[in-house]
Each structure stands twice: as structure tokens, then as C-alpha cells.
Design a binder for this molecule. Sequence first.
Ligand code: COA
Length: 165
Amino acid sequence: MNISNRVRKAIYAGTFDPVTKGHLDVVERGSRIFDELIVAVADNPSKKSIFSRQERVRHIRKLVTKYPNVRVDTFKGLLIDYVRTQDTNIILRGIRTVSDFEYEFQMALTNRALAPDIETVFVMACEKYSYISSRLIRETVQLGADVSMFVPSEVQAELRRKIKK
Ligand code: COA
């Protein structure tokens, strides 16, 4: 296939527990670069999620309706296997800080060793959200902090309700 005629589709995977404004910044950047972007919600076996996979999908779906070329999906197993099922070879990742780099490098190279045809493409994430993580959001909300500068208000409200239970 002529490469210039190909639809450029990328996969932005994560656990998104919860989705933050930092993730949404990467989604917006990706939606401007690619013809189609799939936000792929995964479970990370080394993390205990507060929201179920379906809840995380619901949150993200509501927040990405303004991007017509973005859709939300879930997957289990290896990311590279999922990428192949979507008929693409591009993984999108956001780099926030120098400290992200080593981890991202390891992941990208592991994925490349397993699937040399799949490329990881990085965007520079917004510096405003460079230090947040989903774990820190969960922890600070649990302790009563207002994190509306980092998390969409509807997600923060659901997080509060979930933590109170
Ligand atoms: N803004 C704000 N926070 C961000 C962010 C951004 N732009 N980018 C990442 N983060 C946060 C995430 O919320 C996450 O926080 P947490 O650790 O508190 O949950 C942390 O930074 C790390 O992000 P990430 O590396 O994307 O981890 P993840 O758990 O969200 O996603 C997968 C990891 C799902 C992509 C990876 O585990 C995977 O590919 N799994 C499938 C199995 C597989 O193929 N494994 C082999 C990989 S080589």
C-alpha cells in the first residue's frame, strides 16, 4: 500500500485509573497528529484499580466526544498483540520528564524486540501536568484534597464517591 494513502492510526494505552488532564493532553496532541487515535484501556496486573475497566472506559468516552477521530477501547494481554488487531503499527506515548525517559525507553525497546514492525511515537506532554500520576490523584483525593486542576470535575466527583464507599 502506498504509505501516503494509508490512514495513520495510533494506539494510546494506559490504565487511566483515573484519567487525568495530563492523559487528555496527550489525547489531544495525538488527535492532531493521527487520522485516528484509539485510547486503549488496560488492566495492569501490578496495580490494583479503584475503577473497573468499564468505568474507566465510560469516563474517557465522555471526555473525548469533542474529538471525532478518537475512540475508546479495552484490551487484555500484550499491547503489541492488541496493536496488531487494530490494523496499525503505531503506539503513542507521552513523555513528561527526564525521569519518564528511562521507563519509556525500556518499554519501547521491549515492544520493539517483541514486534520490530511496531513503532512507538512520543509526544512531549504538557509541563503543567508533568508531575502528576493517577496514584497521587487517588491518594490526595482520599485525604480530602481538591484536585480539580488535574482531573476533570466529573471524574473527581466519582472518585470521591468511590473512596467514601
Ligand atoms: N499525564 C498524567 N499522568 C500520566 C501521563 C500524563 N501524560 N502519562 C502517564 N501518566 C501516569 C499514569 O496515570 C500512571 O500513573 P499510576 O502509575 O499512578 O497509575 C503512570 O504515569 C505511568 O503511566 P503508564 O506508563 O502509561 O502506565 P499505565 O499503567 O497507565 O499503562 C500500559 C501501562 C498499560 C501501557 C503497559 O503496562 C502495557 O502495555 N500493558 C500491556 C501488557 C504489555 O504489553 N506489557 C509489556 C510492555 S513492554
